[in-house]
Design a protein around this ligand. Structure first.
Ligand SMILES: [Zn+2]
Length: 316
């Protein structure tokens, strides 16, 4: 059967458990399964149990071991359908929708989506830009839509000092390349410039708005030009329109789909939007899905880790 390129084809294709296992195994182990305990490459396949048994240490292992799927009682067809929806729905997808579509409780679906977001995280450490490359940096605030909040939550989040749950985020975009986005403790100079130094190569041409915190970049082996949004938004090459576009996609995702993102979880939604943005030019939905699926190994997330405390509110 040909690899799926639409959601409908994907649901049909992955309805067979063995196809799910083979697909994941191929992406994880291009040269054949490797024992997670001893690293040995020879094994028997126990077809009835759908597990491998290592010829060296006799350990049995499934395709889920050492991935975000490990220890999950949810079947692989549901995991893969959820991943398909997550990477291909432009504005994201809520746990309510996924729960309804796949026959899971909202809470299970919420956990599934958060584990999948972990797979989307690239954690790339290679710096962007360089000589002759153009980089846009910008910052934004997320959250604080008090009028949509539940009364209890409103009481918690809003004090006399104003809205507490506005979270500062920063974005760095290489024109013609990728975007990265991260939460930052504040918009102060040392926070913003530390991110720039961590992610951007020397000699890059950096464009930013007129925020004071960006001053001095030109003395750190970058070229730096400023567009003062009080005057205009574009001056030839000098603008941050790429980042503005990313923020508007992110805010559409957060406002439209995820009605109540806790600041604690915000970075996962950043990872999700960054993944879709950076892979928006792949040929089709199937490629976006395959690439995400290839990132599932070596990652685990327990319910306690994802909520920060067991039994915390999980409602987005
Ligand atoms: Zn082994």
């Amino acid at each position: 059967m040909e690899k799926p390129t639409t959601l409908q084809q994907a649901i049909r294709y992955f309805s067979d458990d063995q196809v799910c296992i083979d697909t994941i195994a191929e992406l994880r182990w291009p040269n054949g399964p490797v024992c997670p305990k001893c690293g040995h490459g020879e094994h028997y396949y126990l077809a009835t149990q759908k597990r491998w048994k290592c010829k060296n240490c006799a350990k049995q292992f499934s395709v889920k071991v050492g991935t975000i799927f490990e220890d999950s009682p949810i079947s692989l067809d549901k995991w893969l359908a959820a991943l398909w929806m997550l990477v291909n729905c432009k504005n994201g997808i809520s746990s309510y929708e996924v729960g309804r579509d796949l026959g899971l409780t909202q809470k299970s679906a919420w956990f599934v989506l958060h584990r999948l977001r972990l797979a989307l995280q690239t954690g790339s450490v290679a710096k962007m830009g360089g000589k002759g490359k153009e980089i846009e940096v910008d910052e934004s605030f997320i959250g604080g839509a008090a009028r949509f909040m539940h009364a209890d939550r409103k009481k918690r989040m809003i004090t006399q000092r104003g809205v507490k749950d506005k979270t500062a985020v920063m974005g760095i975009l290489e024109r013609g390349g990728e975007v990265r986005a991260m939460m930052i403790p504040s918009r102060r100079k040392h926070h913003l410039q530390a991110q720039i130094r961590a992610h951007v190569k020397a000699k890059s041409a950096i464009y930013s708005d007129a925020l004071m915190s960006y001053q001095g970049l030109e003395h750190q082996d970058f070229s730096h030009q400023v567009i003062d949004h009080a005057e205009k938004y574009v001056d030839g090459q000098v603008h941050t329109n790429g980042m503005e576009n990313f923020w508007s996609l992110l805010k559409r995702q957060l406002k439209g789909t995820y009605i109540s993102v806790e600041p604690f979880h915000l970075f996962r939604y950043l990872d999700e939007q960054v993944y879709r943005y950076n892979n928006r030019e792949l040929k089709n939905d199937g490629e976006r899905f395959q690439k995400a699926l290839s990132q599932i190994a070596g990652k685990r997330l327990t319910f306690a880790e994802v909520t920060g405390k067991v039994g915390a509110a999980a409602n987005c």
